[in-house]
Ligand binder design. Structure first.
Ligand SMILES: NS(=O)(=O)c1ccc(S(=O)(=O)NCc2cccs2)s1
Ligand SMILES: [Zn+2]
Length: 262
């Protein structure tokens, strides 16, 4: 079967042919129209809380669509906010970027794209026995989205990722990140967020994600994004750089978009 990707022949506009869910009514990402976001009082009451472990030797993989850090953290907990009474556990994190820093995020805010977007993927361990099972249910996954702004300060935690990319230039390659990674450091200082019910933003586009998108971006440098774009989408000598791997916004439809100004 033809491999999905982000080019005109295998990109977001044709995913629904191979992956029917991609044409569903609760797809992600979406454009966050700040004027329709409703500040929902009970989000304020149930504070979103997270607790992560610092881990070293996490495996980073070139998936052919970007890099992904496998971080199954049985000790991590994400709960509260829009997550009801369930506890979600970190499974992996990855990010999306564009050919230039004028684009790259998946979610947009009042039509504005950021230079990239980090996704911390969690699954509902209260209700489900595995990540794969959770991904088959409407409340199975919770993904924290963090926007990237380009600035002069290099992001030290992202630098730990960047420093391994030369070892995983080709699709299928993986290596261990020697540095200690603390996922908390990826989060912005301001913890206000928007939340809505959506999907995976890549095939199979399962409609199983409770999205939590932080309002405040974190800063990375242009050089760090340039390094992301040097990853190859192929496993062999042929070089096809992963210069963009974001899905454009999908219709919000009649979904509620809520905000919490933590
Ligand atoms: N951009 S995003 O955070 O919405 C993700 C897209 C894919 C993700 S996954 O790596 O968790 N695979 C999901 C699965 C594949 C098959 C069964 S579940 S997370
Ligand atoms: Zn993602």
């Amino acid at each position: 079967a033809a491999e999905w990707g982000y080019s005109p022949t295998n990109g977001p506009d044709v995913w629904a042919r191979l992956f029917p869910q991609a044409g569903g009514a609760r797809q992600s990402p979406v454009d966050i129209c700040t004027s329709i976001a409703s500040s929902d009082s009970n989000l304020e009451m149930k504070k979103l809380t997270f607790a992560y472990e610092s881990q070293s030797d996490l495996r980073i993989l070139n998936t052919g669509h970007g890099w992904k850090v496998e971080a199954p953290q049985s000790g991590s907990r994400l709960e509260g906010g829009p997550l009801g009474e369930d506890i979600y556990q970190l499974e992996q994190f990855h990010c999306h970027w564009g050919e230039t820093s004028a684009e790259g995020s998946e979610h947009t805010v009042d039509g504005r794209a950021y230079a990239g977007e980090l996704h911390l993927v969690h699954w509902n361990t209260t209700k489900y026995q595995s990540f794969a099972e959770a991904a088959q249910h409407p409340d199975g996954l919770a993904v924290l989205g963090v926007f990237f702004d380009v600035g002069n300060e290099s992001n030290d935690e992202i630098e730990k990722i960047v420093s391994t990319l030369s070892e995983i230039k080709f699709k299928g390659q993986f290596t261990d990140i020697p540095d200690v990674i603390d996922p908390t450091t990826f989060l912005p200082s301001g913890l206000g967020y928007w939340t809505y019910l959506g999907s995976l933003t890549t095939p199979p586009c399962n409609e199983c994600v409770i999205w939590i998108v932080y309002k405040e971006p974190i800063t990375v440098t242009e050089e760090q994004l340039v390094q992301f774009r040097c990853l190859s989408a192929c496993s062999g000598e042929a070089e096809e750089f992963i210069v963009k791997n974001y899905r454009p916004p999908q219709p919000l439809g009649n979904r509620a978009l809520r905000e919490c100004n933590a």
